[in-house]
Design a protein around this ligand. Structure first.
Ligand SMILES: [Zn+2]
Length: 104
């Protein structure tokens, strides 16, 4: 449900139409009608992406020294596990190739 109403543009001061959406722009100057809300929305999206990429070991600025240290160790272990998995995969593949060559 979107209701169109008139709103005074914060950028140029003209009266323009606003649907109540975060990305609505002024009809006259093209500026966002709710710049603060829009940037908050973008910020929220970016934060969500960041959290997804770094998952639960993401070091937050508010973390204490011990938490930072603990999380960085966990991160290293996680990467190590990742590389071990790759190494294992390569090893198994090579083994299969070797076996097929021997028995082939
Ligand atoms: Zn405007």
């Amino acid at each position: 449900m979107s209701q169109v109403r008139e709103i005074k543009c914060p950028h140029c001061g003209e009266w323009t139409l606003w649907n109540g959406d975060v990305d609505d722009r002024c009809l006259y100057c093209g500026g966002f009608l709710e710049p603060k809300r829009f940037s908050r929305e973008v910020e929220r999206q970016i934060n969500k992406e960041l959290l997804k990429e770094n998952d639960y070991f993401f070091i937050k600025p508010g973390d204490g020294d011990l938490t930072r240290w603990f999380k960085s160790i966990l991160n290293q272990v996680r990467w190590l596990a990742y590389y071990v998995q790759i190494a294992f995969f390569i090893f198994v593949t090579l083994l299969l190739v070797l076996l097929s060559l021997i028995t082939g």
